[in-house]
Design a protein around this ligand. Structure first.
Ligand SMILES: [Zn+2]
Length: 214
């Protein structure tokens, strides 16, 4: 212990006198900056509420990353010029127009057009249609549910009579397996009967989860 404190003191003395100490200080300053930057971006990620996250995810599916940025920028603002959007988000007009077009196709953003008196051309002014997001989320959820239910129906209708290739090339139901004489249509290996109870349970759980939690 005593040894350690002595050597620490010595190190401090040396540092204070050497030109290296300045360099060291600069380095820590920069790394601190980087750290705080990291923390900031982490916070941004953590801070998003589940509702906001869901909105962003939905917009991302429809209009990509630039769509998310445009919508977040528009927020509650009304009639924002397409040029202002491009300028603030530092995106080129082509990207902005493509993105706005996608958002408009899904009715997520609406616009009005006005003629610019000085320039003589038309400019579009955009507003985010917040209500539409909820509708899209509900639609997507219903479509997902429908697919899962169809899948479940098929699994239940073929309970215990699915056939799988041991080399994992194919999975066939009873009718298909009979048609191929219980041989893999890809490699010809004899098919194995597959228990699908776990698949059925898994599908049921997933359906339940979506039904009650969204
Ligand atoms: Zn096979």
């Amino acid at each position: 212990m005593a040894k350690e404190t002595k050597s620490k003191k010595r190190a401090k003395k040396n540092k204070a006198n050497s030109p290296k100490s300045k360099v060291h200080k600069l380095k820590t300053k920069n790394s601190k900056k980087e750290e705080s930057k990291k923390a900031e971006s982490c916070q941004k990620l953590v801070k998003k509420s589940p509702a906001r996250q869901r909105t962003d995810d939905t917009i991302f599916i429809v209009a990509g990353e630039s769509g998310v940025r445009v919508v977040n920028f528009l927020g509650d603002k009304k009639n924002v010029s397409e040029f202002v959007i491009a300028d603030k988000l530092k995106l080129d007009m082509q990207t902005i127009r493509n993105t706005l077009y996608k958002l408009h196709t899904h009715n997520i953003a609406s616009y009005i057009r006005k003629k610019d008196r000085q320039k003589g051309w038309y400019i579009s002014y955009w507003t985010f249609n917040k209500k539409r997001i909820k509708e899209i989320i509900v639609n997507m959820r219903n479509m997902h549910l429908e697919k899962l239910r169809e899948r479940l129906e098929k699994e239940e209708a073929n309970k215990g009579v699915f056939f799988i290739c041991p080399k994992a090339c194919a999975r066939l139901d009873f009718d298909q397996a009979t048609e191929f004489e219980y041989k893999c249509p890809e490699c010809g290996t004899l098919l194995h009967q597959q228990e699908n109870l776990r698949t059925i349970e898994h599908l049921k759980e997933k359906i339940k989860e979506i039904e009650c939690c969204s």
